[in-house]
Each structure stands twice: as C-alpha cells, then as structure tokens.
Design a protein. Structure first.
Ligand SMILES: Nc1ncnc2c1ncn2[C@@H]1O[C@H](COP(=O)(O)OP(=O)(O)OP(=O)(O)O)[C@@H](O)[C@H]1O
Ligand SMILES: [Mg+2]
Length: 466
C-alpha cells in the first residue's frame, strides 16, 4: 500500500475553503510595514504594537521555512486582541501556507481520542507542495459532434481541436461529454483539458470568432488561438496538507470524508507510511514540506495529557509552529491539582515564546469602535462614539462592540440612519454587561436554581477541579 500513496491532488484542486469570522472580519492582516514596524492603524489593526511586531517576526521565520517545532503563547486579559492577532497572522501567511485554528475544547470530542484530535490538527498545519507533470490538451474547438444512443443512456462523440499549427480529432466518452457540456463548450471556445483528471476549463473565445456573433455578454473574454502542439506537458504545483493525504489514503474513509469532516481515527501505521513516502518525495525533489501554523485558542482548556503530548509532538520532524492563546493568570492545570501560570505546565511554558497583550487605551478603543462601525455599516454620531468609548472603558471592549449593531436596530426603529446617544442608552438598558449581571444576581438573593449564596470561593474551587 505504501507504494500507492495518493495525494488526491486532482480532486482537491477545486475545493475552496470558506471562512466565516464575524467578530474579527475587520482584521485583514497584522498592519506591519516592510521593516515589520506596526503602523498605528492599518489592515483593521489598532495598537498592541509589541505583540503585533512579535507576531510579524515569527511569521517571517515561518515564511522562510526556517521554523518548525516552535511554540508561542499570547497571554493577556480578555478582549485584548489575542485571537484577532492570530487571525491577522493567518491572513498575512498567504493561501499556500496552511493555518489551522482550533479551540482547545474541540479536542474533547466523543468520536476520537484527544491525542488523535491533536495529531490531526498538527498534520493539518503541515503543507506538502507537490510538483507534478500533467498532460493537457489545449486549443480552439473547431467542431464538437455528439451522438446519443436510442435510449439516451450512452453518448459518444468527436471533438476537433486546433492550434495555429495543427488540428487533432479526439474520441469522446460519456464522462468527457458531460464535462464539456457542463462548461457549455461550443465551437470557437479555447479550452484546456487536464488528461489525468479530465477537468475541462474554458480559457475564453477565440479572436478569430469575435465577429461571428453580435450579441455577446460583456464578460466574454477573447483569447488568441494557442500555438504549437495540441497536447502539452505542463508542470503543476499544488499544496495539500499531511492530514488531507492521511484521509485520502485511509481505506475506510477515503476522499469523501474530507467534505463530511467526519474522518474518524487514522491508523498510526498509515501515518508512518505517509511520512516515509513524503520524505522520499522530498529527497527526489518532487515535494517540499511547508511547515504552517496551528493556532490553539483558549489553550488552558487542554488537560495535562494533551500538554505532555504537545511537548513531545513539538519535537517531531513534521511539526508546525504552534501558537496558543490564554487569558488565565495563575490557574489550575486541567486534570491535576497543581496551579501554574496561564494554566500551562511549566515544562511546556519553558518551550514557548511568551508574548503578552495589554488592555487598550481609550484612544485605541475609539479607533477599534470606528473600524467596527465601518465594517458593520453603522453611522455613529460623534457624541455616541464618545459615550460608547467610555462605556467600553467601564465595561469591556467586547460589550461595547456588541452594542453597535443593537444601537443600529433601535435607531432604525425610529427611522433614523444615525445612531445617537439615546439609542445606545436604550441598548444599554436592554442588555446587561457582566458587572451588572453579577449585581443583579446578588439582588435576586439566591432565587435562581443551584445558587450557592455567599460562597464564591467554593464555586471557584468546584470549577477548577473539573
Ligand atoms: N488591535 C486590535 N485592532 C482591531 N480590533 C481589535 C484589536 N484587538 C481586538 N480587536 C477586536 O476586539 C474584539 C475582542 O478581541 P479578541 O477576541 O481578539 O480578544 P481575546 O484577547 O482573544 O480575548 P479572550 O481572551 O476573551 O479570547 C474582537 O472583535 C477583535 O476583533
Ligand atoms: Mg480569544
């Protein structure tokens, strides 16, 4: 089986990943200049200069492919931009370098063991850039003739394709005919057919035919009829992750599991075979390893077993850069009764570069609010902006950001386009922030279910032990 490790490249080429971020959709990068100095307000990023610069430096090392098996920890209070900076890094990396983001609690799923979930996440973050020679047919369609059998079940046909130098006739089978009709290929189109995967792509219409029709969509692209041979060899380069190779080659699941996301556990022997094969490809110059980034958000939610597994995994030959974020101070390490900084064991902390994030100044908060308003298409009155900024200082940045869209709905109800102070005030009375919620609970004097009156410490301990 080892001999037939497939990369599934031809099938994978068409998968585009969709990203939905929401709270961080205004972040378009780290906002650094060429010398990695953070700009005050750029690419949706404001302030937090040191952490952004540190992130930029690490990124540079990743891009140069020099870093593997390193780890980095963003530590700081809630809503100081840890997740935002990590997403900014992802955007800067470019499409070819894998970036995987998981929340630590995802590891505790029922369908697979913790270490398997972590292994999958780690392998998702390692790219393999594979060079493949593929044979393509490229030319202008002269004629396409399709014969259907009486029942219509089978189709056969002939396709005549030319370049400026030659003309060739190909026999078509049912699959190829379907692929051509899906692309709506007609005579006069310039097309390319990948011979291994059978994928048809339309490159445009031939200039020679530009006068044949008067009515043509504005988006019709005219191209020259290609020169030379109809069949050409082309070198194509594509990047897949180690995890994708694992899944495609796991016999029980196969390629379709990638779409379902339901990959189950993958046998260690298979992984070993794939590692050997990839190393072989690398030696032959057929493949290149691209260590990417694995971001583990809320990392304090991992337990001691996961941490020791990570310690070991970081020393592996195929290891990505692991970035973690935690908002805990001295906290109990999950699964033990010991306390440790950020809820991480000291031996792991010893291996990581720690970057701290700090609360924002009122000016920075104001800038972030402005950016969010633009992103959510909300107009704030100047006075409302000042009020919202001071609200953020008294409550949290997140709470204030949440009020933007609430304020807009209230403003719209009175048929106004601009959000005024009054709208924010009303939103403030509808939705409580954390401090007011605690106050409210105190006022209820234990009328809620399962409340332990006056024993804050007891509750804390109960939580820590879980
Ligand atoms: N420097 C920044 N520039 C622009 N927007 C920011 C910045 N920092 C944070 N934000 C925005 O503020 C909100 C809160 O930040 P974020 O979620 O990154 O905090 P966090 O540090 O991950 O907090 P937690 O510890 O609670 O997870 C997000 O909507 C984020 O996009
Ligand atoms: Mg976060």
């Amino acid at each position: 089986m080892a001999a037939q490790i497939s990369t599934g490249a031809s099938e994978l080429r068409d998968i585009t990943k969709m990203e939905r971020i929401g709270a961080h959709s205004h972040i378009r990068g780290l906002g650094l200049d060429d010398r990695l100095e953070p700009r005050a307000n750029s690419q949706g990023m404001v302030g937090q200069a040191k952490a952004r610069k540190a992130a930029g430096m690490i990124l540079k090392m990743v891009q140069e492919g020099r870093i593997a098996g390193r780890a980095m920890l963003f530590a700081g209070p809630p809503s100081t931009g840890k997740t935002a900076i990590a997403l900014g890094m992802a955007q800067t990396l470019g499409p070819d370098v894998p970036f995987t983001m998981i929340a630590a609690s995802e590891v505790f799923s029922l369908s697979m063991s913790k270490t398997e979930a972590l292994t999958q996440a780690l392998r998702r973050s390692i790219g393999v850039r594979i060079k493949e020679e593929s044979e393509i047919i490229e030319g202008e369609v002269v004629e396409m003739q399709i014969d259907r059998s009486l029942t219509g079940a089978t189709k056969t046909g002939k396709l005549t394709i030319k370049t400026t130098d030659m003309e060739t006739v190909y026999d078509l089978g049912t699959k190829m005919i379907d692929a051509l009709s899906k692309e709506k290929v007609t005579a006069g189109d310039v097309i390319a057919i990948d011979k291994t995967s059978g994928k048809v792509s339309k490159l445009g219409r031939s200039f020679a035919r530009s006068r044949d029709y008067d009515a043509m969509g504005a988006d019709t692209r005219f191209v020259q009829c290609p020169e030379g041979e109809v069949q050409k060899r082309k070198e194509v380069v594509h990047t897949v992750s180690l995890h994708e190779i694992d899944v495609i080659n796991s016999r029980t699941q196969g390629f379709l599991a990638l779409f379902a996301g339901d990959t189950g556990e993958i046998k260690p022997e298979l992984r070993d075979q794939i590692n050997t094969k990839v190393a072989e490809w690398r030696e032959e110059g057929k493949a290149e390893i691209i260590p990417g980034v694995l971001f583990i958000d809320e990392v304090h939610m991992l337990d001691i077993e996961c941490f020791s597994f990570l310690n070991r995994a970081l020393e592996n030959e195929f290891s990505p850069l692991v970035i973690m974020a935690s908002n805990r101070g001295m906290a109990r390490i999950r699964g033990t009764k010991f306390r440790s900084p950020h809820g991480l064991p000291v031996d792991l902390l010893d291996r990581v570069l720690i970057v701290s994030t700090h609360p924002y100044s009122p000016d920075e908060i104001q800038e972030i609010i402005k950016i969010r308003c633009e992103e959510e298409d909300v107009t704030l009155a100047d006075s409302a902006l000042t009020v919202l900024t001071s609200m953020a200082a008294q409550t949290t940045l997140r709470y204030a950001l949440n009020l933007i869209s609430c304020g807009q709905i209230i403003a719209r109800k009175r048929r106004a386009e601009r959000v005024e102070v009054e709208d924010l005030r009303r939103a403030y009375t509808y939705f409580m922030d954390e401090k007011r919620s605690v106050q409210w609970l105190k006022e209820q004097q234990g009328s809620l279910v399962f409340e332990e009156i006056g024993s804050d410490a007891a509750t804390k301990d109960a939580m820590d032990l879980s």
